[in-house]
Design a binder for this molecule. Structure first.
Ligand code: PLP
Length: 396
């Protein structure tokens, strides 16, 4: 009954979602306050006041046909221009509204990019550990994914020399997710420049562009004095997939965009094709009310300071319990090493202490685990004893 091509997705399932359901069951048994659920990346903060004000303004002052009707497929021109102006102001680029296509979040942005770049048999390259959906999305368009092995020794920065070894003529795109889910790393300019150099050589060798898909839902979630590089400055063939899911703390609203730099190969043709891709994939357009909200909230942000405190306190608790952690520089994940080779054993032991964390192999990063800290600060503080007990199982 169900198509064969659907089978791999069903078999894979989602360890993260399963953990989330498990958390709900455990909360019923032990009480919500006694379960420490670090499994999913669903922002716990409310959107900033500007979002509520914008909704109020839109509903009371704008023509309902404009707010609730069909926009053009790429989105409202005013919204696209506001995004272009904001990017130009912040990064000194020269985007115009034609280079911006509004989408239902970063997930949809990446899907329309892939629809435009991949023919069956083409390949996507990702750096392990990576957000699991990338490979599923590539498969939608008949493309296989090659994972560049993780480089633990350099804090999980992308490894340009390892990238060189996997590049082949069928590779049409690579994804860079910075700040990173699941490691919390912000990549250095040096590593990104090295990646760009390897890609430029490969483009010449294979005679076609290799695009970087820059997945940026965590761009503004930064907790250290480190710049999140603007990739088109380093590599012109970069297509940006942005989302307000995290920066405005409204993932259910589904709003983001693709930005195509003018200097990218085939920029005009690509921008046109991306608009058609949204239509043929059935989205037609991004939500109109969401476009109007973000247009009015272009400078607004959720309370990033809240996550910064969570990052610091969770790092102190988990490293204090004896675990080797990567310092979260951005996004909202703590990535720490399992003291036993098969990290699923650690995940199981953590569950006995009522802590829910995700095994690294869900991100092709075995031997490590991910704890999401976009949750209530009290949950983090209350988890200290449980983490201590978990640590004592291995380190005492
Ligand atoms: N990319 C990464 C790395 C993510 O972590 C997520 C969501 O958690 C997405 C993309 C999808 O974001 P959106 O809600 O904008 O589709």
């Amino acid at each position: 009954m169900i198509a064969k091509s659907m089978e791999p997705f069903l078999e894979g399932g989602s360890a993260i979602r399963a953990m989330f359901e498990e958390g709900k069951k455990m909360a019923k048994v032990y009480g919500v306050d006694n379960v420490y659920d670090f499994s999913v990346g669903n922002p716990g903060l409310n959107p900033p006041q500007e979002v509520y004000d914008a909704i109020d303004y839109i509903n009371h002052n704008m023509d309902p046909h404009h707010v609730y009707g069909y926009p053009s497929n790429a989105g409202y021109e005013t919204t696209r221009q506001a995004v272009a102006d904001d990017l130009n102001e912040r990064f000194g680029d020269n985007f115009d509204m034609e280079n911006i296509i509004m989408t239902a979040g970063a997930g949809y942005a990446i899907n329309i990019i892939m629809k435009c770049l991949f023919d069956p048999g083409d390949k996507l390259v990702v750096f392990a550990p990576y957000f699991v959906e990338y490979a599923n999305w590539a498969r939608n368009f008949g493309a296989d994914t090659i994972a560049v092995p993780a480089n633990e020794s350099n804090g999980f920065e992308p490894d340009a020399e390892a990238l060189r070894k996997v590049l082949e003529p069928s590779v049409k795109a690579i994804i860079i997710n910075n700040p990173n889910n699941p490691t919390g790393a912000i990549y250095s300019r040096e590593s990104l420049e090295a990646v760009a150099e390897v890609l430029r050589e490969a483009e010449i060798k294979f005679g076609h562009p290799i695009y970087i898909i820059s997945d940026e839902p965590y761009r503004e979630l930064v907790y250290v004095e480190k710049k999140v590089e603007f990739l088109p400055d380093i590599y012109p063939n970069t297509l940006i997939a942005y989302s307000w899911s995290k920066s405005l703390s409204m993932p259910g609203v589904r709003i983001g965009y693709v930005a195509v730099p003018r200097k990218a190969d085939g920029s005009e043709e690509l921008s046109e094709a991306l608009i058609v891709a949204g239509r043929v994939l059935g989205a037609n357009n991004a939500s109109t009310i969401a476009e109007l909200i973000v247009e009015r909230c272009i400078k607004a942000r959720a309370d990033i300071g809240y996550y910064e405190r969570n990052a610091k306190d969770l790092y102190d608790i988990v490293s204090g319990a004896g675990f080797e952690c990567i310092v979260p520089q951005g996004a909202f994940y703590l990535w720490f090493k399992s003291p036993v080779e098969d990290e699923r054993e650690l995940v199981k032991a953590a569950k006995e202490e009522r802590i829910l964390i995700v095994p690294g192999r869900s991100f092709s990063g075995p031997g490590w685990v991910r704890a999401s800290f976009c949750i209530a600060h009290t949950t983090i503080m209350n988890s200290e004893d449980s983490f201590k007990k978990l640590g004592e199982r291995y380190f005492k």
